[in-house]
Design a protein around this ligand. Structure first.
Ligand code: ATP
Ligand code: MG
Length: 445
């Protein structure tokens, strides 16, 4: 018999059907055995009655076994119907049950486990409803973001993950042994490549893997992250990339809200609020505001601390009804070497960050597009322009004024569901202590 997805079972009331899936719960009541089954489309309850030819087989089955089941789709009596539950008004009366795969499970799926236990058992724990919710939502975020940028005239390209040098000339990069005894690096950002792509496309975007070797063990840093990057030509200043980003955020939040209202509810959170215009504060304004509002002193006036980020977001949520805040006018020296300085407000730059529910999820800027200025900036920073000749070709051969930004997919997802740790929003997180398995500090192999 052909497989019916659980989501389609309700249309087969009174008929026999074949389903395949996982046993979420098995309740053996002696004479009868009840099951909660799940597949990619949903859930259903099954029952093996005492006189069913499947009763012996049903007793063999355990939680998380993968099964192929045949049965009759019965309407449940009124008193047994479960309102608000998928297939709550039907039950599969099992006539045959075949085990496709047994399962030896380390613990029951879906109970509370701490993050380390979750990460230690990812091939199993990714099957929880919680994980499936997170990564289904992440797939929607990715889709919506791409659609929004396409609709705004951007062309997608694939950026390389292996690069000849460390792009930012700062962030710690992982070294890779390359051919002819050369050293290559894992890209810390697709920055150079998206700027180059302004040449052919004017508006280009990429979903890129970035690798950062900084030894930071925080709830917001990964060694390998995914960035949604775009770059656009013919801009007046940073406000234009900010507007593109704002539109992408609105489109993404709307799409995710439409598709996943049930997920927000399961995570005890709400659809993020994006006002018509996301509030914009300069760094100085934001810090003055939180200093006053929270009666504290600011330690570093050159950058937002995690506490500053949390507090300005809390303020914006309470007073401006926004889960998002833009911060502008960071000092040029705190930003990457290619960042454009605001001529009227030097030494402040045209760089910006987008904060979401207390955390930076995006950085962007207008970039220097003039070849001589860019070379001069490199020299000021002690970078050797010779090492950047490849990248500099784009400028030598002419680039329009341009700018763009980079959103961390994992951070965006984590804040969407208010997950405390970005690792929960990463299917297979890599950090200082883990690549799939824990890295032991006293053992090298
Ligand atoms: P932070 O200051 O929080 O360490 P950053 O300013 O170094 O981040 P950018 O170079 O601005 O990061 O990268 C753009 C975006 O990419 C960030 O806003 C963030 O969302 C994401 N991102 C960068 N590095 C990481 C990382 N190590 N782990 C997870 N996401 C990251
Ligand atoms: Mg940043």
């Amino acid at each position: 018999m052909e497989r019916t997805l659980l989501a389609d079972l309700a249309g087969k009331k009174g008929e026999t059907a074949a389903i395949q899936g996982w046993v979420s719960v098995r309740r053996d009541q002696g004479k009868m055995v009840f099951f909660d089954f799940r597949d990619r489309s949903g859930v259903v309850q099954g029952v093996t009655l005492p006189n069913s030819p499947a009763i012996e087989a049903a007793k063999e089955v355990r939680n998380e076994y993968i099964v192929s089941v045949e049965g009759k789709v019965n309407e449940r009596p009124e008193k047994n119907r479960k309102a608000g539950v998928q297939n709550g008004d039907i039950e599969l009366e099992i006539t045959n049950i075949e085990i496709l795969s047994k399962a030896e499970i380390p613990f029951e799926l879906g109970g509370e486990v701490n993050l380390d236990t979750h990460l230690d058992h990812l091939p199993f724990t990714l099957r929880t409803e919680r994980s499936r919710d997170i990564f289904t939502m992440q797939a929607s975020i990715l889709d919506a973001y791409r659609n929004s940028l396409r609709a705004q005239g951007f062309t997608e390209f694939i950026a390389p993950a292996l690069v000849g040098g460390d792009a930012e000339g700062g962030a710690a990069a992982f070294k890779v042994d390359y051919f002819y005894d050369r050293t290559a690096y894992l890209a810390t950002s697709p920055q150079f490549y998206k700027q180059i792509m302004v040449g052919p496309f004017e508006r280009a975007f990429t979903v890129a893997k970035i690798f950062r070797a900084e030894k930071s063990a925080t709830t917001r840093h990964l060694s390998e992250a995914t960035c949604l990057d775009f770059e656009m030509g013919f801009i007046q200043n940073e406000r234009e990339p900010m507007a593109v980003l704002e539109q992408a955020v609105k489109d993404t939040v709307r799409a995710v809200a439409e598709a996943h209202s049930d997920v927000f509810a399961r995570f005890n959170t709400t659809v993020p609020v994006v006002p018509e215009a996301i509030p914009v504060f300069t760094l100085a304004e934001a810090q003055a505001l939180v200093a006053k509002e929270y009666n504290r002193t600011i330690e570093d006036t050159n950058d937002m601390s995690p506490e500053d980020e949390r507090q300005i977001c809390e303020y914006a949520k309470k007073n401006l009804s926004s889960d998002f805040v833009f911060i502008t006018r960071f000092p040029t020296k705190k930003r990457a070497f290619y960042t454009y300085e605001e001529p009227g407000e030097a030494p402040l730059s045209r760089g910006f960050d987008l904060l979401f529910r207390g955390l930076e999820i995006n950085s962007g800027a207008q970039r220097i597009h003039n070849y001589e200025q860019l070379v001069a900036r490199m020299q000021e920073r002690g970078l050797d322009p010779k090492k950047f000749e490849y990248y500099l070709q784009a400028f030598k051969t002419g680039l329009p004024p341009h700018g763009g930004s980079s959103t961390g997919l994992e951070r965006f997802t984590a804040r969407m569901l208010e997950l405390p740790n970005v690792k929960e929003a990463t299917a297979f997180p890599r950090d200082m202590n883990r690549i799939d398995t824990l890295l032991s500090t006293d053992k090298k192999d």
